[in-house]
Design a protein around this ligand. Structure first.
Ligand code: KIV
Length: 293
């Protein structure tokens, strides 16, 4: 049996689907919300089996699985393809699809149309978009169309160039206030939750308790209601630069390289396949075959 069939053969334990009210309840009870990204069927099954609350098909997949240099180039169709694969491996966590750069900013109509595709074609429960300002208006339009929206403030990678690069945000009181205002605008717009990325802990300590909706941090300190990490970062699958907020819980890439290298050695030194990996014929059939040939 191949590794692939092994993964599929172990169906994840399914729980009650995580709803928006369950997330709100978790905030009220002070129970941390666990969110992780996923980009394909096996990573979705891992997230399901590990019992996380929210799975984000992040546009970080542009870099982690599609090999782009940033999140900017990924297309809507590519994101939908990743999201469909994740949906097929997931039944309990809330599934959020990340609206890619350029797919929602132009108009409320564009934003609604894109969000609807994530729900209709990929089975997402909600969508996420980046930034406040005009994007809060887009969030309000999507919410009015009946689709739950998660906001994202602080370091917003889709517009990292305008922010001066991939660097922490809100480190002066004025800039921190701008991030806080973006978060409030997104709450006003009807977002059910907001991600704070790469901002000082002092900012989330001041803002998170003042927001009614759950806050999720990534490099935002411990004061948010939950945490999110990129699947490939936390498991050590991604080979690129890791931000300081990344904590590695595995060295999967190293294990994968070691596994493939050992396989290559076994093939070259004729240790693989061994007799137990092959099929045999009954001796009389083998004798007949030799005659026929
Ligand atoms: O795309 C992504 O992975 C994200 C998370 C970092 C929140 O937006």
């Amino acid at each position: 049996m191949s590794a692939a069939t092994n993964i599929s053969a172990a169906p994840p334990a399914k729980g009650r689907p995580v709803t928006l009210s369950r997330l709100a309840e978790k905030k009220a009870l002070g129970e941390p919300i666990v969110m992780v990204t996923a980009y394909d069927h096996p990573s979705a099954q891992v997230a399901e089996s590990a019992g996380v609350d929210v799975v984000l098909v992040g546009d970080s997949g542009a870099m982690t699985v599609l090999g782009y240099p940033s999140t900017v180039p990924v297309s809507l169709d590519e994101m939908l393809m990743l999201a469909r694969a994740v949906r097929r491996g997931l039944s309990t966590p809330l599934l959020v699809g990340d609206l890619p750069f350029g797919s929602y900013e132009r108009s409320n109509e564009q934003a609604i149309e894109t969000a609807q595709r994530f729900v209709k074609e990929a089975g997402c429960d909600a969508v996420k978009l980046e930034r406040g300002g005009i994007c809060a208006e887009r969030a309000a339009a999507i919410v009015a169309a009946g689709i739950p929206v998660m906001g994202h403030v602080g370091l917003t990678p889709q517009t990292a160039t305008a922010l001066g690069g991939y660097r922490s945000q809100g480190r002066t009181a004025e800039r921190a206030l701008e991030v806080a205002r973006d978060a409030l605008a997104l709450q006003e717009a009807g977002c059910f939750s907001i991600v704070f990325e790469a901002v000082p802990s002092e900012l989330t300590e001041a803002v998170a308790p003042r927001l009614e909706i759950p806050t999720i941090g990534i490099g935002a300190g411990p004061a948010t209601d939950g945490q999110v990490l990129v699947f490939h970062d936390l498991l050590g699958i991604f080979d690129g630069h890791a931000a300081r907020f990344v904590k590695r819980y595995g060295e999967v890439r190293r294990a994968m390289i070691a596994g493939v290298a050992e396989y290559a050695r076994d093939v070259r030194e004729r240790r693989y396949p061994a007799p137990e990996h092959g099929y045999t014929m009954a001796p009389d059939e083998a004798a007949r075959l030799r005659e026929l040939i």
